[in-house]
Design a protein around this ligand. Sequence first.
Ligand SMILES: [Zn+2]
Length: 96
Amino acid sequence: MGRFIGLLLAFILVVPLIRMVLGMLARMFTNFAGKPSSAGPSGPARVPAGGTLRKDPVCGTFVSESVAKTLSSGGKTHHFCSDACLKKFLEAPRQS
Ligand SMILES: [Zn+2]
């Protein structure tokens, strides 16, 4: 029985450690994956200048409301990282 308790103690000590490592890995992964790679045609390398972040529906880049190009349609306001994306959005067939 003593061996079992020892195992249990080791387990209790090891689990938070594994969780910590997994959490670190997850954070590293999201840091890599979360960065909007300049997939857009204009390569928006702009750092958001504060304010609410809005997702550009064309290229998927998150852009600050204060610097975004906006377009209101159907009661919704769309935010774009660049004129190129706004133009693309206008040219693309509507999904909604
Ligand atoms: Zn864009």
